[in-house]
Design a protein around this ligand. Structure first.
Ligand code: PMV
Length: 325
């Protein structure tokens, strides 16, 4: 006997960042966050429960996963098994359509797809909010990859109330994310370890206290499709998160000289009339946010920089969904 399902999910880029938890185990965020799903950076996850299996297994892009990654996925499946009253082990495989080690947060798309494939294979039918909360337990940002388009994750404060919802559909605004790749090195400290360190920075309380105000202004600008207002807010929010990272004990320095060069050059492009703003996740690569009409120009300007080895491009993405196997 076996049960299986396959789901696909977009990655997402946060405009107001999630950094630090009030509950590290459940991944309850210290502050609410705001993001856009990325249509062209996706992960497919297949979960196959089988009564004959003795252990769980995980393949990532066809290769057996490292122990730590595999254990995180199997622990996530345990939530699903407990909820479904199922004891069977599973064969899990994930496939991404973007280059591995490109510094793109793959855990958001992976755990959103895994939550839907796992619950469907186990015969559960969860509401979008329940699915988002379940994805959150695997990776906080995965909660925001479950609903469509532009999403908010209200911190909530309990397992049931901490989930994401869509605030605008895919066709609301033709925004683009151009990810300027400056390094493909695997980061030393991943976001799970980083969240645990956030509270050791004296700047984190100030960041968290001021986040709701940035969130509201950013959301209003996003709903009004006003990039000129939204841009400076997302840049400030990203730099505040990195200031917390750099002042944590021990400190986390994700930026390289090329990261800083992109921060500077984005301002000069704007001064020359090109409306583009940056944001940066837990890595050195720089996400350049602009309207689709300016994406070609931004991409070629970024590609011309010696420190940039590639540019990945994506428009706004839909919700996590099941696909035929
Ligand atoms: O979901 P995690 O644990 O990988 O954390 C994501 C943290 C950031 O990408 C840096 C910010 C965010 O809100 O996506």
């Amino acid at each position: 006997m076996n049960l299986s399902a396959t789901a696909i999910s977009c990655s997402n880029i946060a405009f107001i960042k999630y950094w630090g938890n009030t509950d590290q185990h459940l991944r309850l965020a210290a502050n609410s966050s705001l993001s856009m799903n990325l249509a062209d950076l996706t992960i497919k996850a297949r979960v196959h429960f089988d009564s004959d299996l003795e252990t769980d297994t995980l393949l990532i892009n066809g290769n057996p996963a490292a122990d730590s990654a595999a254990q995180r996925v199997f622990t996530h499946l345990d939530w699903v098994r407990r909820r479904a009253g199922l004891a069977w082990r599973a064969r899990v495989s994930t496939e991404s359509n973007f280059p591995a080690g490109a510094g793109i947060a793959s855990s958001a798309a992976a755990f959103a797809a895994l939550a839907l494939a796992g619950t469907s294979a186990a015969g559960l039918s969860l509401s979008e909010a329940e699915l988002s909360a379940l994805a959150r337990r695997g990776s906080g940002s995965a909660s925001r990859s479950v609903p469509e388009g532009f999403c908010q994750w209200l911190a909530g404060g309990t397992d049931e109330t901490s989930y994401a919802t869509s605030i605008a559909p895919v066709n609301h605004w033709d925004l683009c994310d151009l990810v300027a790749i400056v390094s493909r090195e695997h980061k030393q400290v991943g976001s799970t370890g980083g969240h645990a360190l956030a509270g050791s920075s004296v700047l984190q309380p100030a960041r968290v206290a001021s986040a709701p105000e940035r969130f509201e202004r950013c959301k209003a600008a996003l709903l009004a499709k006003d990039l000129e207002t939204m841009g400076p807010i997302i840049e400030e929010d990203a730099v505040m998160m990195h200031s917390v990272m750099m002042t944590s004990q021990p400190p986390l320095y994700y930026w390289t000289p090329a990261t800083l060069e992109l921060i500077h050059v984005t301002a000069t492009w704007r001064a020359d009339g090109l409306p583009v703003y940056f944001t940066i996740d837990a890595g050195p690569n720089v996400h350049l946010i602009c309207e689709a009409q300016h994406a070609d120009q931004v991409e070629s300007a970024a590609r011309a920089l010696p420190g940039v080895s590639d540019v990945l491009r994506s428009g706004v993405g839909g919700r996590t969904r099941l696909i035929a196997e």
